[in-house]
Write a new protein. Structure first.
Length: 766
């Protein structure tokens, strides 16, 4: 049973106590073998204050000020023992050269920890994280992370700033592409998968790297979707929505956490004792170390909670940040703060111990140098296969209407067919990388055009290719050639979307429209009357309302990574199925944002198109818009395939279960459903288990995902899926902000997406 959460008042008192008595809650990492702990103690005992602050200092390899304000090169800083970690290097030669300075020339010969943003692959690029989340396949995501870890570790990168586990509900926010979407349950499953993949069974394994769950916390709730913006999150929403994936990462053993840029309720996340110490250390018992985001410590001055560097360092450090990324302020100011008694040395020692433990666990003291070199050919082949299968699983088929009586997809590769490939993203290798491409190289990306040409040569169908326009183009000069080829074709494959620099950090948009004149190109191509398959490349949901009503087949491809082309071609021709399901709702219009599936019902819900929960007496004064529905265009969980499935109503083992027994871990609700493949092809259903709780002390969402399973079925085959709902799934943050299972009515159903399915009731009794 988890510890009852403190009420907000207690939290306030606790947070202020914590900053007054910071050493009270100082904790170290999990004890290592006694010999290793003794080694750490001996090091700490022998280090000067500057050397201790050096371990808390993370830099890119630029020159910066050391204590005393003198400008030093990175090499000089390392030799003095004033650098604990370096970020941004990705090659063994460069890394080993710097490491040599640390382990041969610095006073205590402490190795440097090298970190990098290995986000969706190192050299072998997998789909962007939002795409990977659409696989609903944590085991596959774990494999991609494991593969990336091995590639990175070989070059000496033993720490990744991933996974980004920020829940994101605003597609304007560019960083929605870096996470697992809008849902905390799915987000938690993905968080665990990444951590397991990066860290492997043991960090001592030379192919394991430290994970860093980021950005703690609430970063995804940036107002207006503007990156770095302020957030307003109630404590209940924080605990319900934004904290769970971090908790999952911590429970999976994530070695590090990155504190975020945003403020929550006026308190910058990188100086927030409530989240960084109360929640992370006291409630969750996190034992790794906390790294600030890039210059987030210095930015406390811009936030306006510190008028000088000393105050910024002190506030951030005492709140719970152990390592300062790129501000250089911990190095410059912590020694003086300790000497003047404003920061206890015991706190500095604790932070140093945490960092040394991580280095010891990674085996860096014994094997500081990276082997380098290239992976064996077999590993490379495995990487490509994994890149291809993860891309295939990430594609979400949004539409697949009949053309001449049959669904347009899959296409037939019959000889002599003419396919017109059109669009600025059909042959853009660089864009296939997506955000944070790390060591990925455009020349290794196989585009749709290249893969289609290979397939055309094999199957002897004909293709033409026209860019049509540029991604951000305004000129229509390429339209006529594209339209001409489209008219002569049997089918048009149109590759549209955003350029990769429009997604990711500092890449928020105030419009979700297709950039440039792509929408115009789309409409003119559709006007030719030829069947059109629209493939969308982007790192966020786009405004595709017109397309959804006029284009027979739409495939959301995200940024698929290295094997973009082969995965798409196999999907287009039916060698692979599009198996992805949305992990973010696609809104009908910008004005609907935010629009997430697990909303509250309100006292005046709309019944139209919203699925469940509507029983307002008066259908006029309802929550919604007078100019349209508030239902999204495509909801979270949605995605088609090349076959169809039917889901039975669920059966439950008991119509009533004691809430107290569930709370004590003595009982659970078991749920079963049968899924049948009713089509005539193999396919994978994603069984999604949703619940709604009614009669609780606080309002709960109209639907919440609490289980999912991918089920592969042959035509006509059916299978039973079983789920168990226990304390973890059923406890809520109640009126008193206690996390408990309350007596209430539980409605449960299993469906292909949350708007379908018939809820079955189970009473959770007193
Ligand atoms: C980003 C982090 C990233 C860090 C290091 C920051 O600007 O917010 O997500 O890990 O840079 O590259």
């Amino acid at each position: 049973m988890s510890r009852p959460a403190p009420t907000p008042r207690t939290v306030l008192v606790l947070s202020s106590l914590l900053s007054l008595l910071p050493e009270l809650h100082a904790q170290g990492g999990p004890p290592l073998p006694p010999q290793a702990e003794a080694r750490i103690e001996a090091l700490v005992a022998g280090m000067s204050l500057e050397e201790k602050a050096g371990q808390l200092n993370q830099v890119a390899t630029d020159a910066r000020e050391g204590p005393g304000g003198i400008l030093l090169s990175c090499d000089d800083l390392i030799r003095k023992g004033w650098v604990g970690a370096i970020l941004g290097k990705d090659d063994s030669a460069g890394i080993n050269a710097l490491q040599r300075e640390a382990v041969e020339d610095s006073p205590h010969r402490i190795p440097i920890l090298f970190g990098l943003d290995v986000i969706h692959g190192f050299r072998t690029e997998f789909p962007i994280p939002l795409g990977l989340s659409a696989t609903w396949d944590p085991a596959l995501v774990e494999q991609t992370a494991r593969f990336a870890a091995a590639e990175a570790a070989r070059q000496g990168v033993r720490w990744t700033f991933s996974p980004m586990v920020d829940i994101a509900r605003d597609p304007r926010w560019g960083r929605i592409s870096e996470g697992a979407g809008e849902d905390p349950f799915l987000g938690s499953a993905m968080a665990r998968a990444y951590v397991r993949g990066y860290q492997g069974r043991s960090l001592a394994d030379p192919s394991s790297i430290l994970a860093c769950a980021k950005h703690f916390v609430g970063y995804g709730a940036a107002e207006g979707g503007r990156d770095y913006n302020t957030t307003e999150i109630s404590e209940r929403t924080l605990r319900d929505v934004y904290l769970p994936p971090f908790h999952a990462a911590v429970q999976a053993g994530a070695g590090t956490i990155m504190s975020a840029f945003n403020s929550i309720d006026g308190v910058p996340a990188s100086a927030n004792p409530f989240t960084l110490t109360q929640v992370l250390r006291v409630e969750w018992g996190f034992q790794g170390f906390v790294d600030s985001d890039w210059t987030a410590v210095r930015e406390l001055m811009l936030h306006g909670i510190a008028n000088d560097e000393e105050t910024a360092a002190r506030r951030s450090f005492l709140a719970g940040v152990d390592m300062d990324m790129q501000s250089g302020i911990f190095l410059g100011k912590l020694p003086g703060l300790v000497r003047s008694g404003r920061v206890p040395v015991s706190r500095v020692d604790e932070a140093v111990r945490r960092i040394l433990r991580a280095k010891l666990e990674l085996g860096l003291f014994d094997r500081p140098y990276a082997p380098g070199g290239v992976p064996a050919a077999a590993a490379e082949i495995h990487g490509r296969e994994l890149a291809e299968s993860s891309a295939e699983e990430s594609f979400v088929l949004l539409e697949n209407r009949d053309v001449q009586g049959v669904p347009l997809l899959p296409l037939s590769p019959a000889p002599e067919r003419r396919i017109a490939l059109v669009g600025p993203l059909a042959d853009s290798a660089d864009d296939m990388l997506g955000c944070w491409s790390c060591g990925g190289r455009a020349r290794d990306m196989v585009t749709l055009r290249r893969a289609l040409a290979t397939r055309a040569a094999l199957d002897r169908f004909k293709i033409t290719y026209d860019r049509g326009t540029e991604i951000d183009g305004t000129s229509k000069s390429g339209f006529s050639a594209a339209l001409g080829d489209a008219r002569k074709s049997d089918v048009v494959v149109l590759a549209l979307g955003e350029g990769r620099s429009t997604s990711g950090e500092a890449a928020s948009r105030s419009s979700l429209d297709l950039p440039g004149n792509q929408e115009e190109l789309l409409e003119e191509i559709v006007a030719t009357g030829k069947p059109v398959v629209l493939i969308l490349f982007s790192g966020r949901p786009l405004a595709i309302r017109w397309a959804s009503g006029h284009v027979p087949a739409i495939l959301m491809a995200w940024y698929p990574g290295m094997q973009a082309g082969p995965a798409l071609v196999r999907t287009l021709f039916g060698d692979a199925q599009p198996e992805g399901r949305l992990t973010v709702s696609i809104p009908r219009s910008l004005g609907q944002i935010p629009n997430y599936y697990d909303r509250l019902n309100t006292g005046r819900p709309r019944t139209d198109a919203e699925g469940l929960g509507g029983d307002a007496a008066d259908q006029f004064h309802v929550s919604g818009y007078v100019d349209g529905t508030s239902a999204p265009l495509y909801p979270f969980g949605y995605g088609l395939g090349y076959t169809r499935f039917s889901f039975s109503e669920v059966s439950v083992d008991a119509a009533a279960v004691s809430a107290g027994a569930i709370e004590r871990g003595e009982a659970s609700v078991t749920v079963h459903a049968d899924i049948r493949n009713t089509g005539n092809r193999d396919g994978t259903a994603v069984a999604q288990l949703y619940i709604r709780l009614r009669g609780t002390s606080v309002a709960r969402p109209v639907r919440e995902l609490k289980g999912f399973e991918r089920v592969r079925l042959a035509p006509g085959e059916s299978r039973r899926v079983d789920f168990r709902l226990g304390r973890e799934e059923l406890a809520i943050w109640n009126l008193d902000l206690r996390h408990i299972v309350e007596p209430c009515s539980l409605y449960v159903w299993v469906a292909s997406d949350p708007t379908r399915g018939k809820p079955v009731k189970v009473e959770l009794t007193e």
